[in-house]
Design a protein around this ligand. Structure first.
Ligand SMILES: Cc1cc2nc3c(=O)[nH]c(=O)nc-3n(C[C@H](O)[C@H](O)[C@H](O)COP(=O)(O)OP(=O)(O)OC[C@H]3O[C@@H](n4cnc5c(N)ncnc54)[C@H](O)[C@@H]3O)c2cc1C
Length: 482
């Protein structure tokens, strides 16, 4: 089994394409974007399409897609991270006051109409549309990224998980979601879709697609370049200052500097406690036999998860494998990141055990590759997008584990903010928030380790008792996730 090497997605393409040239020396631009993941590239894409005359440069320390965007589980999900209460509450700072008033008016009107049109609900609708927006762009440029909008099934592996999934569906009704957005599946309905050992039922939502993450990245980067954006690779940005990104080859001075560095943000001066780099790890099998697929089903290609606190996420790949991911080593002291994604044996063993428990028919198929990556987690677990016209500093991120589609919406929000367009997206509640910083070390490390160890304990207790664990709820509340 291979481990690291940036993961299976890149290897399936024969590795990342040849490196683009680094920044040759100091230069000026209208917009400098730091980081060539989905956030940086979607931002460049929407800005350039809106104003083709803009000079946009993307500065990438390694190569486009080196980060989570080239290593993820391939869920293009219409759902997003963070507790609804944060988006429904007014947390905007002074500069966002104008936008806040607009959003609040919409929210209040929604409440009066009884449509559940809260700040959260409006974001939810925008995210549902985002999945189709990604699809439309792939169609327009004839990019093949194995995109299939088969939806998402969450399976309940036990009665406690079933109760939690039911509670999640009930809560979604308060935000205006109907059965067609997120509904329950009984055990029979679930079996008609796919056979998961020990499943008691589950949920289904149509608002999620599957994608090959690296194909999406490669296609997006090529499109952005074709539109006339310059992508400089092997170009580390050492500091971001008002209207300036500093690199060893010199500065890029620009009207706007956009930070799109997600899990790597802590390494930039002044941002050590802004986003925590949380690890997520994946393994992928060799292609399963036709007989194994006949036993499993899963013909709809929906993405899959279980309902545990430390949950697993899965996809059936276009080439007939199962890729499964989950939390391994959650966090490294001092916000260190993990290079090319080598993965601990214990993490591989626990993902393999989960895969075989869910799909005994896959037990005879070897695991081919294991890898890890870092995602960016803000202290309140909620996405932020913002742009300050005075300093020219802009940023987007904090998607936790759900940035594949969210980065597209964030890119469109940044287009509106930077071009001062008057439109609905920049009034949504990701914009203008001021999440507080993470605690300093060693508190940060101890707290994150404790949260995941308690979640694991809660999962064990649920397996024994069949009832939702109070410990799990307490940890949700204490960590700010609920
Ligand atoms: C294993 C794993 C599975 C996941 N599964 C899913 C999933 O199925 N669905 C989902 O929605 N989300 C998933 N996520 C999260 C998702 O991949 C991310 O939210 C998303 O890719 C973030 O994109 P980004 O462009 O903001 O960040 P990244 O893709 O991390 O890009 C940041 C880029 O910035 C560059 N950079 C950083 N610092 C500097 C600097 N100083 N100078 C220059 N360049 C710099 C990095 O090299 C990197 O290329 C997963 C993440 C992981 C790790």
């Amino acid at each position: 089994m291979r481990t690291g090497e940036l993961g299976y997605w890149w290897r399936s393409l024969g590795g990342p394409p040849a490196r683009r040239a680094p920044l040759p020396g100091p230069r000026e631009a209208d917009v400098a974007i730091v980081g060539a993941g989905y956030t940086g590239l979607w931002t460049a894409y929407y800005l350039k399409r809106a104003q083709p005359s803009l000079e946009i440069v993307v500065l990438e320390r390694e190569h486009a897609g080196f980060g989570a965007s080239g290593r993820n589980g391939g869920w293009v999900s219409g759902f997003f991270s963070g507790p609804p209460r944060v988006y429904d509450r007014s947390t905007r700072h002074e500069r966002g006051a104008g936008r806040k008033r607009g959003a609040e008016r919409e929210r209040d009107a929604g409440r009066e109409r009884g449509t559940g049109s809260t700040g959260y609900a409006a974001l939810q609708r925008a995210m549902f549309e985002t999945v189709d927006e990604v699809d439309a762009m792939l169609e327009e440029f004839k990019l093949d990224a194995d995109f299939v909008k088969g939806g998402h099934t969450a399976v309940a592996l036990g009665d406690a998980q079933l109760l939690r999934l039911q509670a999640g569906v009930a809560a979604s009704r308060a935000h205006g979601l109907g059965d067609n957005d997120l509904g329950m599946l009984d055990a029979e309905e679930l079996r008609a879709r796919l056979r998961v050992a020990g499943a008691r039922g589950g949920t289904f939502s149509p608002h999620v697609a599957r994608v090959h993450p690296a194909k999406l990245l490669v296609g997006l980067a090529a499109t952005v370049e074709h539109l006339g954006v310059s992508i400089y690779e092997a170009t580390p940005v050492e500091a971001i200052r008002p209207h300036e990104a500093l690199t060893p080859a010199g500065s890029v001075r620009a009207r706007w500097v956009v930070r799109a560095t997600e899990g790597y943000t802590a390494a930039l001066p002044g941002l050590k406690r802004a986003l925590v780099p949380m690890n997520s790890s994946m393994i992928v099998t060799e292609p399963l036999s036709a007989q194994a697929w006949a036993e499993i089903g899963w013909d709809g290609n929906e993405v899959l998860s279980d309902g545990a606190h430390v949950y697993a996420y899965l996809q059936r790949t276009a080439d007939g494998r199962i890729a499964i991911g989950g939390r391994g080593v959650p966090y490294r002291f001092g916000s260190r990141t993990d290079g090319r994604g080598a993965t601990a044996r214990a993490t591989v063993a626990s993902l393999r055990a989960k895969l075989h428990a869910m799909f005994p028919a896959a037990a005879g198929t070897p695991i081919e590759h294991a890898w890890s990556g870092v995602l960016g987690v803000p202290r309140d677990w909620c996405v932020s997008v913002d742009a300050d016209p005075r300093s020219g500093l802009a940023w987007a991120g904090g998607y936790v584990g759900e940035g594949v589609a969210a980065a597209n919406l964030a890119g469109r929000m940044l287009r509106e903010l930077l071009l001062e367009e008057r439109s609905a997206l920049a009034s949504l509640q990701w914009v203008g928030r001021a999440p507080r910083r993470w605690e300093p070390e060693p508190l940060r490390w101890s707290a994150i380790r404790a949260v995941y160890s308690l979640y694991r304990q809660a999962d064990r207790s649920e397996r024994r008792s069949g009832r939702p664990s109070r410990l799990g709820r307490l940890v949700d509340a204490a960590s700010g996730r609920e």
